[in-house]
Design a protein. Structure first.
Length: 263
């Protein structure tokens, strides 16, 4: 029996944009503003949504747009483009601008690109992808992540009603990366230093394992893929926390380019 190839709904088309400017947000985080007529009318994303960022490569400085083949984006010559996933920040659909905050982790295409991007540099954006729906009736929220999740955590903090308690846990590789987060009247923020670069996310796993959690709370976690797998095992297998009340995402995978999630 032959299996039909997997066909997935096409993502939104790419909008070609240019870099308008960059600004450091922390020792490893750079905010980049993208601009262009293609961003006029960009839909308002939910908090913790995503965009795909198409970056030029040495062999593709002019940014050839890829086509969707039903399962993935491919360039006309059949090769895979350089695509990375980021959290869309503050789109202005009238001016046609959109920001991203990108971790400069010392390797990787996007990390290098954001460190050297100059105004006018081309790239393209597809999105937004689905984000997170806040339940205003939840008893409380736990938000946990590393620096790649800081943009999303900031948006979630802004979206959670001020009456709802929020416990935030963030792991940073550099203590100076403890950047100000949006104010929330009932939030407590705990910063953790990265214990071991070979085991990213372990401080988050330890923090989450030590928390009291009520079943009617909500948990949102995004960090390195292997560490969030340990979080899943802890929450769902060891603790029996309801899966419907937790969102646990691998945002990147140690030693592998691209997203952390395998889906
Ligand atoms: C829904 C979603 C939203 C995201 N939002 C953001 C965001 O707003 N800002 C952001 O910076 N990232 C975000 N990420 C994570 C980002 O997509 C990955 O970190 C991506 O791998 C970065 O691409 P790169 O080209 O810099 O590195 P890659 O070429 O993908 O990876 C090269 C090497 O660097 C390592 N690496 C990748 N990312 C990191 C990291 N953060 N820290 C340490 N080492 C790393 C990899 O393991 C690999 O060994 C998001 C991911 C998802 C799924």
């Amino acid at each position: 029996m032959t299996t039909a190839p997997r066909v997935r709904r096409p993502p939104p088309p790419f909008r070609v944009v240019t870099v308008a400017g960059t600004a450091p947000v922390g020792p490893r985080l750079t905010r980049v503003t993208l601009a262009g007529p293609g961003l006029v009318g960009f839909p308002a994303p939910e908090p913790a949504a995503s965009i795909r960022l198409l970056l030029p490569t040495a062999g593709d400085p002019d940014l050839v747009l890829p086509d969707w083949n039903g399962n993935e984006f491919l360039r006309p010559d059949g090769t895979r483009p350089v695509l990375r996933t980021f959290t869309p920040l503050d789109p202005d659909p009238e001016r046609g601008t959109l920001d991203l905050a990108v971790v400069r982790h010392g390797g990787g295409h996007a990390s290098t690109w954001v460190g050297t991007a100059v105004p006018g540099a081309p790239c393209a954006v597809s999105g937004p992808g689905r984000g997170y729906t806040i339940d205003p009736g939840a008893a409380g929220y736990v938000l946990a992540g590393d620096e790649s999740a800081l943009p999303a955590i900031g948006q979630l903090l802004e979206a959670i009603p001020g009456s709802v308690p929020v416990r935030v846990h963030v792991e940073v590789a550099d203590p100076a990366g403890r950047i100000p987060l949006p104010a929330h009247p009932r939030a407590t923020v705990t910063w953790h230093d990265l214990d071991d670069p070979a085991d990213p996310g372990s401080a988050l796993v330890a923090a989450l394992t030590g928390l009291d959690l009520a079943d009617d709370e909500r948990v949102w976690v995004a960090a390195e893929a292997a560490s969030v797998q340990r979080v899943r095992v802890h929450l769902f297998t060891e603790r029996g926390f309801p899966r419907s009340r937790a969102t646990v995402r691998g945002y990147w995978k140690r030693g592998r380019a691209g997203d952390g999630d395998d889906d």
